[in-house]
Design a protein around this ligand. Structure first.
Ligand SMILES: *Cc1c(COP(=O)(O)O)cnc(C)c1O
Length: 422
């Protein structure tokens, strides 16, 4: 009998039978029947320590003996308190308050509600819409779908059901662009703000790397400029670092490339090293303190059942400790060197007639093709080489676990190139 599991992003008519994973270790997972696959995607970018990391597994087991769960409404516990302190310590200066939730999408919903309520409490209730960017992806819940790219995004079918927000063009200037090139992107952002700032609560962006919307990479100067524009137009700046957080762009947070502090920042995916679902929405004093007041409207009315789950907080603390003690930023720099050498500097690949662009940032690399159908069959091809790749649209990418050894990294890049340079 077919399995009753309904898989995500799958066409039911054409989907292949999903292989069954029975375990994993380091950058690899194991399939029933003995096959082993090197995971080039670290399970939707979250398993940054790879599979079965002994310290993370032990942390969950230890915490399970003490306390698996308790509500955060009116109560607190050691793992939540400690994790909040750690997140304040490692994130850009000025982010001082932490609201926990259970997934990246919900973390973004929290950010958007916070921004709207912030303006309401300051006497500007008409500032209740978001400004997002084309090519953005912020999650699959309704509120998040409404701020994903309205054309290329996965959610256009729902447009009649979703609230309307504003969109600025996706930034075009690449990571190493100069100020003149970035100025064009900022001018486009300014023009939307000039017209609509009266109703805009917050500018949302995935800083430096628009991930699920096509791995579009941009300049740190864009972040600096966006910060200035937000201040000028009394708009909160929200960084969705769900994908970019915890080293993916080469620094701990994408914001660190620009030395910018957003008003609100959202973390998830890498937060627990992928071992449990969790998220954190951080806010500055300025945002937080607007909620201090006497009216009933001053309470922030949000509270996911599993927010601050002790197991998730405990494993997140362990993940951070491993990240720092084992110098993951150095490991990421090593992966970056291989990605640049093997993909960015490969002339045959870059000049291949089907390839539109090759981009690398931190531990992320993408081969963008001109026509998405060129990627049909690449996942099966990779599997035959022992590699798990999962391209989407026109993008063949890797976001490996940071523990991936150099030879395995070259196996991944070799497989990606091999599809074009057979
Ligand atoms: C994955 C992702 C989300 C959604 O997170 P979920 O945990 O899947 O809800 C939001 N924003 C960005 C940038 C993401 O990559």
């Amino acid at each position: 009998m077919a399995s009753p599991v309904w898989h995500p992003y799958a066409h039911l008519l054409t989907q292949a039978t999903a292989p069954k994973v029975v375990g994993g270790e380091g950058p690899r997972f194991f399939l029933e029947g003995g096959e082993t696959l090197l995971d080039a995607t670290c399970s939707w970018w979250c398993m940054i320590h790879g599979y079965s990391h002994p310290r993370l597994v032990a942390a969950i087991k230890e915490q399970a003996d003490i306390l698996c769960h308790v509500m955060l409404g009116g109560l607190t516990h050691e793992p939540a308190d400690r994790l909040a302190r750690e997140l304040v310590r490692i994130t850009p200066p000025g982010l001082e308050h932490v609201f926990f939730s259970d997934s990246g999408s919900v973390g973004m919903e929290v950010a958007m509600k916070m921004a709207v309520q912030y303006h309401h409490l300051r006497g500007k209730p008409e500032k209740h819409r978001m400004l997002s960017l084309m090519q953005a992806y912020h999650g699959d819940t309704s509120g998040c779908m409404a701020v994903c790219d309205p054309e290329e995004g996965m959610h256009s079918l729902f447009s009649g059901y979703l609230p309307r927000h504003h969109f600025a063009p996706a930034p075009q200037a690449p990571y190493d662009a100069g100020p003149d090139e970035v100025a064009r992107d900022l001018a486009a952002l300014r023009s939307v703000l000039e017209r609509h700032h009266g109703e805009i609560a917050a500018l949302l962006m995935e800083p430096l790397l628009q991930a699920a919307g096509g791995l579009n990479m941009t300049s740190p100067l864009y972040l600096t400029g966006a910060r200035q524009l937000c201040d000028e137009f009394d708009v909160l700046l929200v960084f969705d670092e769900v994908a970019t957080g915890f080293g993916r762009t080469g620094k701990l947070f994408a914001a660190d490339h620009a030395g910018v502090t957003p008003d609100i920042m959202v973390l998830s995916k890498g937060l627990t090293g992928g071992y449990l679902g969790h998220a954190a929405t951080l806010a500055t004093d300025r945002v937080h303190d607007a909620f201090i007041g006497e009216s009933p409207l001053h309470a922030f009315m949000h509270g996911p059942t599993f927010m601050g789950n002790p197991l998730a907080c405990r494993v997140a603390l362990e993940s951070l400790a491993v990240f720092e003690e084992e110098r993951y930023l150095d490991k990421i720099a090593g992966l970056n060197r291989v990605l640049r050498e093997e993909l960015l500097e490969d002339e045959a690949l870059r000049r291949h007639p089907d390839v539109d662009d090759v981009r690398v940032l931190g531990a992320t690399a993408v081969i963008e093709v001109k026509d998405g159908s060129r990627l049909q069959g690449v996942a099966a091809f990779a599997r035959r080489q022992g590699v798990w790749l999962r391209p989407f649209g026109r993008w063949l990418y890797t976001m490996p676990a940071y523990v991936t050894p150099e030879v395995d990294m070259r196996q991944i890049t070799g497989t990606m190139k091999g599809w074009f340079l057979k």
